[in-house]
Design a protein around this ligand. Structure first.
Ligand code: GTP
Ligand code: MG
Length: 272
């Protein structure tokens, strides 16, 4: 997009398969309409069967996964990888299509499997097309995986790998919190805030095996995190959406119109 300062912040929604990426994009579009905030939605997942938002740009208009599968005789995973590379080769066309778009915020749905977005060189090119200087990662933790200490730690590490690989500011959200009971939610949030409690839980679960390694990694990561901790999110209940918005505001400032509309609708509940 244009690098003249007029481009809106770009939020790349990333997370493991089924973590709730597309639902968050849908919820953000619906919620921000209500606030009269112009949110542009983008689908970068060529494998999406259907999306429930109304995308300003949809990769499926450029690349069809089923065509790639039949044309190159590939299975779904191979086709996804090739589709990502074919897409990057059309970066110029994408840039042209994005050029005409203006809004307050752009939210980008990424391919189902996290490695397709995080590890393919093509994604780095796409991030440049969208504008690296105003981009952030919204990283979604799967709630079911987060219930065990080892599953939680694995997602912390994965999120930091994604942040390192893509080189963008990142904030972690615990997705679909409406599926967790209150005690589970409290426990997971405490793990994200107090490493000692996570360490204790890991010892209990794994009997000390691998625990020290994991905790020392997390301690280091915590020292460098742009935005530490884990924020509850439910696209279903529209909970935590304000925190998604305020993260990008914290990083990029500005968006005065968005902030005003948001504050007047929500009173003091700015989700901080
Ligand atoms: N209860 C509940 N279910 C949710 C929420 N968000 C998403 N889901 C459900 O979780 C499933 C996966 O959601 P998606 O939004 O498709 O997740 P995704 O990360 O885009 O999935 P892939 O692109 O296939 O990897 C769907 O059945 C959604 O309805 C939520 O906040 N609460
Ligand atoms: Mg999806």
């Amino acid at each position: 997009m244009a690098q003249d300062g007029s481009s809106p912040p770009v939020l790349f929604v990333v997370g493991t398969a089924g973590s709730g990426k597309s639902s968050l994009v849908t919820a953000m579009q619906r919620w921000s309409r209500f606030l009269e905030v112009e949110t542009l939605t983008i689908n970068l997942d060529p494998g999406a069967e259907q999306v429930h938002y109304d995308p300003e740009f949809d990769v499926r208009d450029m690349i069809s996964l089923s065509d790639v599968m039949s044309e190159y005789d590939l299975g779904p995973n191979g086709a996804q990888i090739l589709a990502a590379d074919l897409l990057a080769a059309q970066a110029g066309d994408i840039a042209e299509q994005l050029e005409g778009l203006s809004g307050d915020l752009m939210i980008v749905d990424t391919p189902g499997q996290v490695e397709l977005f995080a590890f393919r060189e093509a994604s780095i090119h796409l991030i440049e097309v969208f504008g690296r200087d105003q981009a952030v990662i919204i990283y979604l933790f799967d709630p079911m995986l987060s219930r065990s200490p080892s599953g939680f730690v694995s997602q912390m590490l994965l999120s930091s790998i994604v942040e390192f690989r893509l080189g963008l500011p990142c904030k972690n959200f615990l997705s679909k919190v409406d599926l967790l009971d209150e005690d589970e939610l409290e426990k997971i949030i405490e793990w994200s805030e107090r490493l000692e409690s996570l360490e204790h839980a890991l010892y209990e679960e794994a009997g000390g095996q691998r625990t020290e390694f994991a905790i020392s990694q997390l301690r280091l990561l915590q020292d460098f995190a742009v935005s530490p901790g884990l924020t509850p999110l439910s696209s279903e209940l529209e909970e935590g959406l304000a925190d998604v918005l305020s993260f990008s505001q914290d990083i990029f400032g500005g968006m005065a119109d968005v902030r005003d509309g948001f504050a007047s609708d929500l009173g003091s509940d700015t989700g901080d």
